[in-house]
Write a protein that binds this ligand. Structure first.
Ligand code: CO
Length: 463
């Protein structure tokens, strides 16, 4: 029986996050929202990930207003990427901040919450999932398997994780392959096992990047195995370190039992517009805009966007020649840290530690606090327990600092009311809940933004 593959379009989020450092503005999107809405996508990813930070930090845009504008112009469900207890920041937030954020995002129009934890520790997903499930707008709640390669990860361990996500109430699961590590035949096996383990009707979505070059081939094998949804980006924002191309996949499946039935001719003018946007952004921000395929990502596993950052750090330190040493150091540090999947924030933490090791020429001589927090369990359970000697002797962390249950720590975090009081004490007398949330996630950046947009400070009136 014909069963069309559904497509989730990423041009408004992951496409430009992966290729253009998340620099697309709402004005770049507006002219094509009506046309995008008519295509018949399963969802349009348009919020979350790095967009929130980028809006405030680089684009002088209020991320909440961006979401309102998207919602006003789209009937297609708007999807966001949420990092569980990390929300869109780099720390764990207290439960009430997580709850407030999810409720507000749903109220402003998020139709699909894709929720992941960098360590695949479901305790870090619990509050976000439960809150999203209880939202009166009834958004879809999707749990993620953060895909990684290691001696301890197998397709069977991912199926167990998926079953747990289903048990927690998720409506669907997504294989989140942020570095393009999922090989075509492994994808076929994983999708078959997920379908067998979760039930034929339980939706399975696949999200990959073309970093290693597997992308389109991986999607084909996953489609043959019965995957329900694939994440694609329109041509100008596809391939390289981004998703496989929408038009290519639609044409590849045309006339088969999994035909998407989407009109690829209707996509041509949209892609043409975004090709122009891409050229403009590359020019305005001095970006490269493309990345060579690198099959060695299967060894060092660094997500695309981060590779260029690491290369830059070395360059600034005048140590460009140490780039290969750094790539070699990554798997070693990852092993010491208990094989965490490498995705924000664990990718930055492991990457920075590896950079310090290479730059100082001595392992673990300088250790950033975030790395100490990762190995002592502050962010949750690592895939395999970190060796106690490594924690206490190599890194010099007292045994009493090792955390067994990160959720107890989260409960002690700064509350929403405390963030609000802090803002009021700074002279912002009547902050909206949305502004308090922006401030909770990115205190300095949000304050800089408020200074530009609210006047006078004491009255807190929007300019
Ligand atoms: Co992605």
């Amino acid at each position: 029986m014909a069963k069309p593959v559904k497509i989730m379009e990423t041009v408004l989020r992951d496409g430009h996050q992966s290729l253009l450092a998340t620099r697309m503005r709402i004005e770049d999107m507006l002219p094509q929202l009506e046309a995008l809405d008519k295509i018949g996508y399963k969802a349009l990813e348009g919020w979350g990930g790095a967009t929130f930070d980028s809006c405030l930090r680089f684009l002088d845009e209020d991320p909440w207003e961006r979401l309102d504008t998207l919602k006003k112009n789209l009937k297609t469900p708007i999807q966001m990427l949420l990092r569980g207890q990390n929300l869109l920041g780099y720390n764990h937030y207290s439960n009430d901040v997580v709850q407030k954020f999810v409720q507000k995002a749903s109220e402003h129009g998020i139709g699909v919450f894709r929720i992941f934890d960098a360590l695949n520790d479901v305790r870090n997903l619990k509050v976000a999932i439960e809150t999203a499930l209880a939202c009166p707008e009834k958004p879809e709640v999707q749990g993620c398997l953060v895909y990684t390669l290691s001696p301890v990860h197998t397709n069977d361990t991912f199926v167990e994780l998926a079953k747990e996500l289903k048990k927690m109430g998720c409506h669907s699961v997504c294989i989140k392959d942020m570095s393009g590590l999922l090989a075509p035949y492994v994808a076929e096996d994983l999708v078959k096992k997920l379908k067998a383990g979760l039930g034929e009707d339980f939706p399975v979505e696949l999200h990959t990047h073309c970093t290693s070059g597997f992308g389109h081939a991986t999607y084909l094998k996953a489609v043959e195995a019965g995957v329900d949804i694939i994440d694609c980006a329109l041509a100008p924002f596809s391939s390289d370190t981004s998703q496989p191309c929408t038009e290519t996949m639609v044409r590849a499946l045309a006339g088969t039992p999994r035909d998407t039935k989407l009109d690829y001719h209707a996509m041509t003018p949209i892609s043409k517009h975004f090709l122009g946007v891409k050229a403009r952004i590359i020019n305005e921000f001095g970006l490269k805009g493309y990345f060579d395929i690198n099959p060695n990502v299967l060894d060092f596993q660094i997500p695309g966007g981060m590779l260029s950052n690491l290369a830059n750090q070395l360059k600034e330190a005048g140590m460009e020649d140490k780039y290969q040493d750094l790539l070699d150091e990554m798997p070693r540090v990852r092993k010491d840290a208990g094989y965490p999947p490498l995705v924000t924030p664990s990718s930055q933490i492991v990457g920075t530690m590896a950079t310090f090791n290479v730059m100082s020429g001595q392992r673990y001589k300088m250790v950033p606090n975030e790395f100490k927090d990762l190995v002592r369990g502050k962010f949750g359970r690592t895939t395999v327990p970190v060796e106690k000697d490594f924690i206490t002797k190599t890194l010099g962390i007292p045994e009493s600092d090792i955390i067994e249950d990160c959720s107890i720590e989260d409960a002690k975090g700064q509350t929403f009311a405390q963030f609000k009081d802090e803002l009021i004490a700074k002279g912002y007398l009547n902050p909206s809940d949305e502004d308090v949330l922006s401030y909770a996630l990115f205190p300095q950046v949000a304050e800089e933004f408020f200074k530009k947009h609210y006047t006078p400070m004491t009255a807190y009136v929007k300019k």
